[in-house]
Design a protein around this ligand. Structure first.
Ligand SMILES: Cc1cc2nc3c(=O)[nH]c(=O)nc-3n(C[C@H](O)[C@H](O)[C@H](O)COP(=O)(O)OP(=O)(O)OC[C@H]3O[C@@H](n4cnc5c(N)ncnc54)[C@H](O)[C@@H]3O)c2cc1C
Length: 389
């Protein structure tokens, strides 16, 4: 007789991982359990993410972990995904920090930077000594970043940047901003160190989502940079869009971490909370909710693994990434909302992780391409017709 599958790995996905992948997964899971879970509700409540976490995440090899050389761990994409899943089971803010640092700030320097830029920045970013951010979105251009107004013009040997970037994760704590700006050579990426005259940041407060994450405005007002501040190997929207594709892969996994945390919390609650003289898990309506959550969590995790393996093979397309982001974030949010109902009134407090994850996932649904944008990407892939404009 085979035993009943475990609720936390119902489809025995663990067996599909290599020993090294399991080791990385378990290491990150322990870190989250020891370092994140005891304090994260307080960070969320106060709207902060401790700066020293950067070096701790760096010491674990999680910053730019899928990049080769320059002090980066050089793991495969599946290991990076597993780390994202475990981090987001802690909090989306922590996973966002790692995604932005590795996929949005370090990746463009690694892929499109000069050798000098790579040597100057990547080793210190891998340790967490230098924190990066990625400035693409503007107040008037979110889903349509190609319309950006931020401009870069040559002035003698220098570049001069003007414009405002909005909703930038890590902006207020970043030592280095990767800023995308329109120039007469098309959209180019610029490395803007904190302290550069004409460059300031302003934090966006009063968020009710991703509170354990710094989100800021970047203001560039006649910001003068040396000629070698530009990323030399890319021009056009291909640059920022390739970075977003990298980060979306992490989100496909991470969202399943948030979903798993909500599912586990709801399952535990359903087993112990008694109403009408029996545990609420004994009612069919609760069981139907738990069964649906399990089905979507299992499918989404398998999808993440499948796409991660394709990424490691080098066959993953951006449309397939869109499918993963669309499905997994949508389902994670549905799981979080359903878990919230199982917890009743306790579902609205920070004593349990569910509403924190649920609110965080509202941001994940919007950033890195909204639900609607990824739907249109799939629509265009299917029909050949562009419904964006
Ligand atoms: C917490 C947080 C962190 C973020 N971090 C970063 C970061 O680090 N760097 C960065 O550059 N950006 C970041 N963003 C910005 C994020 O990427 C944008 O919010 C996102 O691209 C959507 O842009 P918008 O908010 O301007 O919405 P809009 O583009 O104005 O969209 C509003 C609504 O209209 C819909 N819509 C738009 N166009 C169409 C269309 N053609 N057809 C149908 N529906 C459409 C959208 O799907 C959405 O539902 C972050 C956002 C948040 C909330």
């Amino acid at each position: 007789m085979t035993a009943t599958p475990s609720p936390t790995d119902f489809l025995a996905i663990d067996r599909l991982l290599s020993e090294e992948e399991r080791l990385i997964r378990d290491t990150v899971r322990s870190f989250v359990s020891d370092r994140i879970l005891p304090d994260v509700a307080g960070w969320f409540e106060r709207g902060e993410l401790p700066r020293e976490l950067a070096k701790e995440l760096g010491a674990l090899g999680l910053l730019g972990m899928h990049l080769e050389g320059y002090g980066c761990a050089g793991t495969n994409a599946v290991s990076y995904g597993l780390a994202c899943l475990e981090l987001e089971a802690g909090d989306t803010g922590v996973r966002s920090f790692v995604s932005v640092q590795g996929s949005l700030a370090m990746f463009p320097i690694h892929r499109y930077g000069s050798e000098e830029q790579r040597r100057e920045w990547l080793p210190r970013m891998a340790t967490g000594e230098v924190v990066g951010c990625f400035g693409l979105t503007e107040p008037d251009f979110g889903s349509n970043p190609a319309g950006m107004r931020t401009s870069a013009r040559r002035d003698g040997p220098d570049w001069v940047l003007d414009g405002t970037k909005m909703w930038i994760t890590n902006g207020g704590i970043a030592d280095l901003a990767v800023v995308w700006a329109r120039s007469d050579q098309g959209v180019r990426g610029f490395l803007v160190p904190r302290g550069t005259p004409g460059f300031t940041t302003r934090n966006i407060d009063r968020k009710l989502s991703l509170r354990a994450s710094v989100t800021s405005e970047l203001i560039l007002d006649g910001c003068r940079l040396p000629g070698d501040a530009v990323l030399p190997e890319v021009s056009g929207m291909r640059g920022p869009l390739s970075c977003l594709n990298e980060a979306r892969h992490g989100i496909i996994w991470g969202s399943m971490g948030a979903a798993r945390a909500c599912f586990e919390s709801a399952l535990e609650y359903a087993r112990t909370r008694v109403q009408f003289g029996r545990p609420i898990g004994g009612f069919q309506l609760t069981q139907a909710k738990l069964a649906d959550m399990l089905v979507e969590l299992s499918k989404g995790t398998l999808l993440a693994l499948h796409l991660g393996r394709m990424k490691d093979e080098g066959t993953l397309t951006s449309e397939q990434v869109s499918l993963g982001k669309l499905n997994n974030v949508r389902e994670a949010l549905e799981i979080a909302r359903t878990a919230r109902t199982i917890l009743g009134a306790n579902g609205v407090t920070l004593e349990y992780p569910v509403i924190r994850h649920m609110n965080n996932l509202e941001s994940v649904l919007t950033y890195e391409g909204t639900n609607e944008v990824h739907t249109l990407v799939l629509g265009q892939a299917l029909t050949g017709l562009n419904a964006f404009t």
